[in-house]
Design a protein around this ligand. Structure first.
Ligand code: FAD
Length: 499
């Protein structure tokens, strides 16, 4: 064990850096600890992470943010889930909603009853049993308090990442965090312990610390360039290694969801914000040239481009260790999974939550460090498998890229899942896993993998009663979705429009 921690230094002021500084300032506070964040405007941030998942509500709650203020400040829109276009086959679309399908069915997943009903009725539209899917299809949204016997409307946000970082910066600074502008030129280590001791900026200023959170982005200035953590490369399963990103003018209604459209060598995102839409083509340069991808993205926008496309390079994977000695990496410095399920900001949040749980108040304990690394490795691997499933379970074979995806051998952990789902209609998830059975069902059924069987409990009901029960559930869900106002109207009436 080392000595107690007093001076915490956050390296980097992207989304990860400011989320970390804000959370630390709010929880452990700046009375006992000094919290310093160093960032370089000259280097800049990635700044394209715009779509989130409902866990962000928890993060905002920990910070005590007023949700309406947060929405206005970041030009946010509501998000009910993700629409996947052309993933199963060209011309097909399905929705991955944030909420559950159907209703509580005697303790067994609703999909088992639905599977029996679909075989019986020949109606395979599982989306009709989900409130978010129906609301999204008609562009409707409203925050509604939970009501007995009515489906909950779950949501997350789509926001301007640069405005979010600026918002969190004001929040953290108001709570005593100190920002230093400057470019780190050298990282110095203690000769005996090997711990990072101080940062030297290129104008000669120095910043000393006991504990460093590396939020320096893809390069991993401390965790990789200084400490050589190593990187597990997952491109044998996730070959996309580039993203061209460009904002454009918004056209038409304000849709309460993110769209992911499968393309010839990857996929394109469309994220509607209040003031513009974010777009990007995530692709593999082994299957399409960079110039061609940028050109195609430009042709496939809803409105006029508002800037030149920016191309980002990455390798899917994760740092072998995110915490080494007195350096803990959060955000892109600890790994990257493409934003197909909008999980990066969640992984930042998960790392912050674990840091706070395991906060090294009395000093650095190797057991705690190991625990953090094990848990974060699992988080990344579970999200990885979920993302690979979108590529692997497809009928598309129209381009070299999609034929590659079909032929790819998935990780054993995913293979087992797919086999169990195919055979029994079940997905065996750990309780603490981010994506639950309902999420797996949405994706696997959406991609066209229909199970051969379902749980025995679903047989213990007469066909008539099954029809009656599911008919009632479907009607209640439809009524609920239809009762919501258009998303844009709600934002305006609720006073949520920003500048
Ligand atoms: P960065 O934004 O790169 O910030 C790094 C910081 O470190 C900067 O402030 C930089 O100035 C500083 N820095 C680096 N070197 C030095 C130095 N030498 N001296 C001083 N400062 C330094 N996430 C989602 O949740 N949803 C999405 O929809 C989504 N879409 C994405 C699309 C793409 C194409 C990519 C690449 C990412 C996406 N993400 C998304 C991920 C999201 O953008 C990142 O997880 C998030 O922005 C965190 O980035 P970061 O703060 O780790 O790194």
């Amino acid at each position: 064990m080392s000595g107690p921690i007093r001076n915490i230094v956050v390296v980097g002021g992207g989304t990860a850096g400011w989320m970390t500084a804000a959370a630390l300032a709010q929880t452990v506070g700046t009375q006992r600890y000094s919290i310093t964040l160093v960032e370089s405007e000259q280097i800049g941030t990635v700044g394209v992470g715009e779509a989130t998942i409902p866990m962000i509500l928890l993060f905002n709650k920990v910070l005590g943010l007023d949700e309406d203020v947060f929405i206005r400040e970041t030009n946010a829109t509501f998000k009910l889930g993700i629409e996947f276009v052309d993933w199963r086959r060209l011309g097909h679309r399905y929705f991955h909603p944030f909420g559950l399908y159907g209703a509580d069915m005697d303790g067994v997943g609703f999909q088992h009853f639905w599977l029996r009903w679909a075989r019986q009725s020949g109606d395979w539209d599982h989306g009709a049993f989900n409130a978010e899917t129906l609301a999204a299809a008609s562009g409707r949204f409203m925050r509604t308090p939970p009501a007995p016997n009515l489906p909950k409307i779950n949501y997350a946000f789509q926001f301007d990442a640069a405005l979010y970082a600026a918002f969190l910066r004001r929040y953290a600074e108001a709570r005593g965090a100190v920002r230093v502008e400057g470019r780190i030129a050298t990282v110095e280590r203690d000769g005996e312990s090997g711990h990072v001791s101080r940062l030297v900026l290129d104008d000669g200023r120095t910043i000393a610390g006991d504990f460093f959170v590396d939020c320096s982005g893809f390069r991993g200035l401390l965790i990789e360039e200084t400490l050589g953590a190593g990187y597990d490369d997952w491109s044998r399963w996730l070959p996309c290694n580039r993203a061209a990103a460009v904002p454009c003018e918004r056209a038409g209604e304000l849709t309460p969801y993110t769209r992911a459209t499968a393309r010839e060598a990857g996929w394109q995102w469309r994220i509607p914000l209040q003031h513009r839409s974010g777009n990007g083509y995530v692709f593999s340069d082994a299957f399409i040239g960079e110039d061609e991808a940028v050109r195609l993205l430009g042709e496939r926008l809803d409105g006029a481009a508002l800037a030149d496309a920016k191309v980002l390079k990455f390798t899917a994977g994760r740092r072998r260790r995110s915490w080494i000695g007195n350096v803990l990496a959060i955000g892109l410095s600890s790994g990257f999974l493409e934003p197909l399920e909008s999980t990066s900001i969640h992984l930042v949040q998960a790392a912050i939550a674990k840091l706070l749980t395991l906060f090294p108040k009395a000093g650095l304990d190797p057991w705690v460090v190991d625990k953090f690394n094990r848990e974060m490795a699992l988080e990344y691997e579970q999200v990885r498998d979920f993302i690979i499933a979108h590529y692997k379970v497809t009928e598309r074979d129209d381009t070299e890229f999609w034929r590659w995806c079909q032929a790819m051998v998935p990780p054993d952990s995913l293979n087992q899942r797919l086999e169990v789902f195919r055979a029994r209609g079940e997905v065996l998830v750990d309780q603490r896993e981010l994506f639950k059975e309902t999420n797996w069902f949405a994706i696997l059924a959406g991609q066209g993998l229909m199970p051969n069987d379902y749980h025995a409990v679903a047989d213990n009901i007469s066909p008539e009663e099954l029809s009656l029960r599911l008919g009632r559930i479907r009607a209640a869900i439809q009524e609920r979705a239809a009762s919501l106002p258009p998303h844009g109207v709600y934002l305006e009436k609720a006073g949520l429009l920003g500048l």
